[in-house]
Write a protein that binds this ligand. Structure first.
Ligand SMILES: CC(C)(COP(=O)(O)OP(=O)(O)OC[C@H]1O[C@@H](n2cnc3c(N)ncnc32)[C@H](O)[C@@H]1OP(=O)(O)O)[C@@H](O)C(=O)NCCC(=O)NCCS
Length: 379
């Protein structure tokens, strides 16, 4: 599929040119890999510099000759030189990136809520109201609400005004895939913006009844009550046979709001993959629960500067010679980093070894988070 001018625009406006690596062979370009300059929200509400890895590809004629490996080498060295502690990506195939130290850090839920099974389990009293806004008004009102999502959830990246404009607000017809234009709504409580959604309607009528699909692209309320209102609005839009949702975090309230949670045929999949490029800086940048210190012995053959023992104590990580509590490859630490996977889960999957009795519990006591990470957008 040839990229259109619009496809190219979606990248050149936001992808720093000097972050694009090209692999060359005898004068030919045979592959490439790029990275956005993000900050990623981490447990505790802080931000960490993060390379948002994107547009990775190798020509079919040159596959399995180590081109991707060379690109990953150059890119991770560059990320390190820039002082970004993290790299993150959405993987087109789940077999590609583990070998380079990326681990699944967030899970997403997707499904379709049939219109006739869209009732909430409990009586519902709205706290605010929803109004349609233009893309221009959305440009004003949505970014601060998204920033609130980032404060509440680890795993969401910063969006510049150019990003909002080029990736989210712009709505060229060729990107609609048979659906209608993007609609933007803002939820207000006592006149203050407290939530938003954007979505499309894919119109269809079959055998005299609506067969349309309402595709929710992103929806968020800053409080649980606002979230309920936003979703009630989306689920009640007429002429929809079903409401398609995707990329919601595992603990999204919708799953428990619905009276018939089996009907959307929910599916869980991996979303964001995280790689700790600078283990010490990355571990020191997130918040921890109170607890006894934990020592993690990290194996990282691809980025050997990370190898060794790291002690997490008093909210920071430093190198240590103390005996380790747990041992793991750096990809497992990437999975645990945002709180989306526990050390206990990783140990049960034999991705983490307990090196001292009680080590898994000590590590989880520190790393555990109240909320699941959420990256609501594929980049
Ligand atoms: C995936 C892709 C980038 C791999 O590039 P490549 O240059 O062939 O990769 P390399 O030769 O460096 O392979 C490195 C290792 O990964 C393995 N590998 C690479 N791609 C793989 C895949 N899709 N499935 C399973 N293993 C894969 C290779 O077998 C090799 O393993 P080894 O070191 O044990 O021999 C390339 O096949 C491609 O462009 N695919 C289509 C686009 C795509 O999926 N891009 C990723 C976007 S997220």
């Amino acid at each position: 599929m040839e990229p259109t001018d619009d496809d190219i625009d979606r990248f050149v406006t936001v992808l720093p040119f000097d972050r694009m690596h090209a692999a060359r062979d005898d004068g030919r370009t045979v592959g490439g890999a790029g990275a956005f300059s993000f900050d990623l929200s981490v447990p505790g509400g802080g931000d960490v510099g993060c390379a948002g890895v994107t547009v990775v590809g190798v020509y079919p004629t040159d596959r399995r000759r180590g081109v991707l490996t060379a690109l990953m080498r150059a890119q991770l060295d560059d990320v390190r030189a820039r002082g970004e502690p993290l790299a993150a990506l959405w993987a087109s195939e789940e077999t590609i990136y583990g070998r380079f130290g990326y681990g699944v850090a967030a899970w997403g839920v997707e499904g379709s809520v049939p219109h006739e099974y869209a009732a909430f389990v409990k009586r519902f009293d709205p706290v605010g109201s929803v109004r349609l806004v233009s893309a221009e008004e959305a440009a004003e009102l949505l970014p601060p609400l998204y920033d609130e999502l980032r404060r509440q959830r680890p795993g969401a990246f910063t969006r510049s005004p150019t990003w909002w404009e080029g990736r989210l607000l712009r709505d060229p017809p060729e990107r609609r895939q048979g659906a209608g234009p993007k609609r933007f709504v803002v939820h207000e409580t006592d006149g203050q913006p407290t939530g938003y959604a954007f979505y499309r309607h894919k119109f269809a009528y079959e055998a005299g009844v609506p067969a349309s699909e309402l595709i929710v692209l992103e929806a968020f309320g800053v409080t649980p009550a606002a979230d309920h209102d936003v979703w009630r609005y989306l689920l009640d839009i007429d002429w929809s046979a079903k409401v398609k949702l995707w990329m919601l975090p595992l603990d999204h309230p919708l799953v428990l709001l619905l009276g018939t949670p089996r009907r959307p045929a929910l599916r869980i999949g991996d979303t964001l993959w995280v790689r700790l490029v600078d283990v010490g800086a990355a571990l020191s940048a997130r918040a921890y629960r109170d607890g006894a210190p934990a020592v993690i012995e990290v194996r990282d053959p691809f980025c050997a500067w990370n190898e060794g023992r790291w002690k997490v104590a008093d909210g920071a990580a430093a190198r240590t010679d103390d005996e380790p509590d747990v041992r793991c490859d750096v990809d497992a630490l990437g999975s645990a980093y945002l709180g989306g996977v526990t050390f206990a889960q990783l140990a049960r999957a034999r991705r983490v070894e307990e090196a001292r009795e009680g080590g898994i519990v000590r590590a989880d006591d520190l790393f555990r988070t109240d909320v699941q990470p959420w990256c609501p957008e594929i980049f």
